[in-house]
Design a protein around this ligand. Structure first.
Ligand SMILES: [Zn+2]
Length: 163
């Protein structure tokens, strides 16, 4: 069962810290992404939505319980897919570390996440210390706050296998 890290890069201006609201371990943040079936290559048309706060579920197998945040059986090939979010591996983006920053770890079996969709639940801390709620649905943020230009551009997100 591979672990896959959601890795984010951005260019930032006048921003000291940038992360999902509260933190990368925030239980309320939703991760939206498409999934591909490991077995037959089927790709979900719509994004799935997973969050730590949506509940940890389990199925009981012969000798063990299987925990997950997302489960479904792929139509057609009948592969059972599980995705479990693993806390404690995420970091915020910062002024000096804003390329390929690991945000959340996903333990995947059967379903592999692809194509992450940025949502509106982000928080930026300006170099002045002021906090700004950031909507990234448009994949960038530009504003002028107290005479300072604030910018988050060139956003990239990738799912990268991690041992
Ligand atoms: Zn399949």
């Amino acid at each position: 069962m591979p672990n896959i890290m959601l890795v984010v890069s951005a260019e930032m201006r006048n921003i000291a810290l940038f992360q999902p609201r509260a933190s990368s371990n925030d239980t309320t943040i939703n991760y939206f992404f498409q999934v591909v079936c490991e077995q037959c290559g089927w790709v979900s048309l719509k994004e799935v939505c997973v969050s730590l706060g949506s509940g940890l579920y389990y199925l009981s197998f012969c000798y063990f319980l299987r925990y997950f945040h997302l489960y479904f059986v792929v139509n057609g090939c009948d592969r059972q897919g599980f995705i479990l979010l693993i806390q404690g591996h995420g970091n915020p983006l910062s002024k000096h570390h804003c390329r390929k920053v690991g945000l959340m770890m996903f333990n995947c079996d059967g379903l592999i996440p692809i194509t992450y969709l940025f949502n509106d639940g982000w928080l930026a801390v300006m170099t002045s210390g002021q906090e700004v709620h950031v909507d990234l649905v448009g994949r960038e943020y530009k504003n002028v706050i107290d005479g300072e230009e604030v910018r988050i551009t060139n956003l990239e997100a990738k799912f990268v296998p991690r041992g």
